[in-house]
Ligand binder design. Sequence first.
Ligand SMILES: [Zn+2]
Length: 399
Amino acid sequence: MITKIHNIKNITTYDPILDKIVVENTDSIIIENGRIIKIGLEDEDWIINHELDAQQTIITPGFIDSHTHLIFASNRSDDFSNRISGKSYIEIAESGGGIKSSIKSLRNISKDQLLDKCLKDINNIVKTGTTTIEAKSGYGLTLEDEIKSLEVIRDLNEESTIDVVSTFMGAHDFPLEINNKNDYVNLICNEMIPEVAAMNLAEFCDIFCEKGYFDHEQTRKICNSAKEHNLKIKLHIDEFEDFNGAYLAGELKAVSADHLMKSNSKGLTHMAKNGVVATILPGTTLFLGLDTYANGRKMIEAGCDIALASDYNPGSCTIYSIPIVMALSCLYCGLSIEEAFKGVTYNAAKAINRQDSIGVVKENYFADLLFWDINSIAEIPYWFNSDKLSMVMKKGKLI
Ligand SMILES: [Zn+2]
């Protein structure tokens, strides 16, 4: 099956060889079996099965959202109401709201109901241009409920129109029923990770390394177990305070370390030295009504590759739109349009270890493409409602 896209205004993509955003004025793209096989050759005799008129749109790579907590069951608008009436995160948690309520509802929902809820979410997410999404477990916190969450991610890959990259995050919080935190760490290391790996249900293991949650020693222990079972590492670090998480992320050679609102320069440099992608989540800062955003400029100066992601979750960020996240990063995190664009395409692919197959428009890469009725990529965060996005293609098929 060969598809030809013609009547393209231009292709705008990050080019990993030239290390910059390039605008290619070309008329056509040839796609076979979901991959781009030729860009801009008019003189070859292809047997074309299907033609698509791009109608003079700009083509970019599909967006990659490398950090979401998509696998949740219930709405937490009550927490939102409490928060805007002045209650703190801790007060809400202590009164039974917060993540504990997400854990309760996830444990009570059936796998089929959870799958339906996530499919509905993905249908909305796709409309904003996301063609690959990472999703974490982490609202189950028992072996059975973490497996249920990861099985939903597996099934989403069959039943939804996009790819869903699976992350096990049993270390999202400590369950109420466990009194000794180290007992739960042992449960993660000795039962959950081996079972998740044996069932081939996750590619990454993520840990909430923050004061009051998983400390450095517990984080190291979980990481070691994950690595022994061939899971790659992601970390939540330095969100509430500087817990020296960035330095630890470098030491553990995580694929990405995320949040980084309070990270120190030494830690960021250590991350850069060890190839850890710095993922910033400005939607969370906005949604929490905070005024100090992650300092993207400082991370770039430290040598880090920056990815941007949504952190889509029911408590601290219901924003899933990548154009909105791009706008926030340009307005508040010190990123240029080009850096933000790279952060949701190539660097986001790097944050999920997919930089050789998605995130750029190039021969041999998957044809995950967005068609924009705009004049340049500056209009993506400018018109951040995604209404200039006219078509979304996943592996050569319009969705
Ligand atoms: Zn998160």
